[in-house]
Design a protein around this ligand. Structure first.
Ligand SMILES: *[C@@H]1O[C@H](CO)[C@@H](O)[C@H](O)[C@H]1NC(C)=O
Ligand SMILES: *[C@@H]1O[C@H](CO)[C@@H](O)[C@H](O)[C@H]1NC(C)=O
Ligand SMILES: *[C@@H]1O[C@H](CO)[C@@H](O)[C@H](O)[C@H]1NC(C)=O
Length: 255
């Protein structure tokens, strides 16, 4: 009897903790901002991101990518544009290619150094992250993560673009588990693993022309995934424009 009452309490506490977590844990976005910063018709082409952020103030992380990385010399247009984002409350991540661990560790580390020297983003984004169960591969990312943290980048994001072996979960702070064209699933299985907060996971589906058509999918994914970006852009580089519906997307992520 006594035990039974405690069980009821325990279940109730679990239930309400889960509810509170789902309600209070905000959803942000990680945006691959792979368009050269410039003024077009009198407006900076990164400005729509700043406007959408100022309307909704959800956590926004922009991935900046000069030349498949930071490049070898400083580009003043990027310095200006990155400072513009920072001054307006948008977080930045510097792009580093890893080629599924095939890229030499020394070159990846050199990129981390150059991001620090040239542009000082807050975090680092490791693209083409391996997802296969292999201890050496996992250690490659753990070493890069430690290296970046040692250089005082406080956030790391890895992008396998698909589901990943759980051995990688602690290698970086956030893992992009989906980068594909067209309609996307609800990702409810990521809620089932309560060991990880939803900000452990991010998605960026592309080639979605109508936000109305994916409204339900966004709201469902929001329960389990902490960073969501979608775009109407497509083709070889689906990240070289911002979507026409950026404000609507942010409003869905906010509510
Ligand atoms: C990745 O590695 C493979 C094999 O070494 C190579 O053929 C390919 O060009 C590399 N890709 C990039 C983007 O560096
Ligand atoms: C990262 O560090 C900077 C300054 O060192 C700080 O302003 C920012 O809030 C930190 N971001 C996170 C997500 O911890
Ligand atoms: C958000 O910002 C843009 C640009 O300033 C504006 O056009 C838009 O109407 C704003 N409001 C909403 C609710 O999207």
């Amino acid at each position: 009897m006594f035990y039974g009452i405690w069980m009821v309490f325990a279940v109730a506490i679990l239930f309400f903790t889960k509810l509170a977590y789902g309600e209070t844990c905000e959803t942000g976005t990680i945006v691959p901002l792979y368009l050269y910063p410039e003024i077009k018709n009198g407006v900076h082409n990164w400005q729509p991101l700043i406007d959408a952020y100022s309307n909704y103030s959800i956590p926004v992380w922009a991935i900046v990518n000069v030349h498949n990385g930071p490049g070898l010399q400083l580009d003043a247009n990027y310095v200006h544009a990155i400072n513009l984002l920072k001054a307006n409350g948008i977080h930045t991540l510097g792009y580093v290619l890893t080629n599924y661990t095939r890229r030499a560790m020394s070159l990846a580390k050199q990129d981390v150094d150059n991001w620090k020297t040239f542009y000082e983003p807050e975090g680092i984004f490791f693209d083409e992250m391996s997802n296969v169960r292999d201890e050496n591969n996992v250690n490659y990312y753990k070493e890069l993560d430690s290296y970046a943290k040692g250089k005082r980048f406080n956030v790391t994001v890895g992008n396998p673009g698909t589901a990943i072996d759980l051995a990688y979960v602690d290698a970086v702070d956030t893992i992009m588990i989906y980068e594909s064209s067209g309609k996307f699933p609800h990702f409810s299985e990521y809620c089932a693993n309560a060991n990880y907060p939803k900000k452990k996971w991010g998605i960026f589906p592309y080639n979605l022309q109508s936000i109305a058509d994916i409204r339900e999918s966004i709201l469902a994914a929001k329960n389990c995934v902490g960073f969501i970006y979608v775009t109407d852009d497509f083709g070889d580089n689906p990240w070289d424009t911002l979507p026409a519906y950026l404000n609507e997307l942010f409003s869905l992520l906010k509510i």
